[in-house]
Design a protein around this ligand. Structure first.
Ligand SMILES: C[S@@+](CC[C@H](N)C(=O)[O-])C[C@H]1O[C@@H](n2cnc3c(N)ncnc32)[C@H](O)[C@@H]1O
Length: 235
């Protein structure tokens, strides 16, 4: 029963804040989030003409970034289990006539055959999936042999001085600002830092990705280690 309630709570939380999700992302990250997604696209190795998947795509910013890498001959599929988030991605796709198809799907049960995509990405999403390992395994299942998965996430910076400054902002100021703008809906911006603190650190996540059968696993850091991209190749 608990396993069923948690995803519903997460979906409800994102539905409640969908309308302010994009502007708050840019504001609270000091506009760094665009560069982080670009770095994830670079890390996943998407090339012109590729078919790629972005899971937990939300409002489709990472899917849109992928579409620039695969070009008009390629195709991007973006999936998320929160329809209110996905709907906000549709005008972005239309405005750029991007080769992106968006759909509603649970990352734990992706409606695709094995070995379908050249690359599979997830941006700030896997932390919210009820079963982390099962989510990564499902991403790997639909990745073609030789293709990569890339996991873009918040992590805790290792430099003690920077960590202090970061914690003051991330644990104290960000929840206040985020909840102020969203009217405190579902305390979503209190959940954000709590979920990051509970999430595996970069070394543990690396071992988990390896344990899911991916090879050549490496980690790219951004913004003083606040952001990591774990990249693995499907054998
Ligand atoms: C923080 S948002 C990230 C959105 C987007 N990837 C980005 O870069 O901004 C997390 C997203 O993960 C989605 N999500 C969480 N668990 C999911 C699951 N099991 N299946 C599909 N989507 C999920 C939520 O609905 C939400 O849209």
């Amino acid at each position: 029963m608990v396993a069923m309630q948690e995803p519903a709570r997460i979906r409800g939380m994102f539905a409640a804040i969908a309308g302010t999700y994009d502007p708050l992302n840019h504001l609270l990250s000091f506009n760094q989030d665009k560069g982080w997604r670009k770095a994830a696209v670079q890390a996943c190795g998407a090339r012109p003409g590729d078919l790629v998947l972005d899971v937990c795509t939300g409002t489709a910013d990472l899917a849109m970034e992928l579409s620039r890498a695969v070009g008009p001959q390629g195709r991007v599929v973006g999936t998320d289990f929160c329809e209110s988030m996905v709907r906000l991605g549709v005008p972005k796709v239309d405005a750029e006539k991007a080769p992106v198809r968006l759909g509603v799907a649970d990352t734990l049960r992706l409606p695709f055959r094995d070995n379908t995509f050249r690359a599979v990405t997830v941006g700030f999403g896997i932390r919210n999936v009820a079963d982390l390992e099962a989510g990564i395994r499902e991403m790997a299942r639909v990745t073609a042999p030789g293709g990569r998965i890339a996991i873009l996430e918040f992590t805790q910076p290792s430099n003690p001085l920077f960590r202090f400054v970061y914690y003051v902002y991330f644990l104290m100021l960000l929840p206040i600002l985020g909840n102020l703008v969203t009217g405190g809906r579902r305390n979503a911006y209190g959940y954000l830092p709590r979920s990051v603190l509970k999430f595996p650190d970069r070394d543990r996540l690396r071992r988990i990705v390896e344990g899911c059968g991916l090879r050549d696993v490496h980690v790219v850091s951004r913004t003083f280690g606040v952001i990591t991209i774990h990249v693995g190749t499907k054998p």
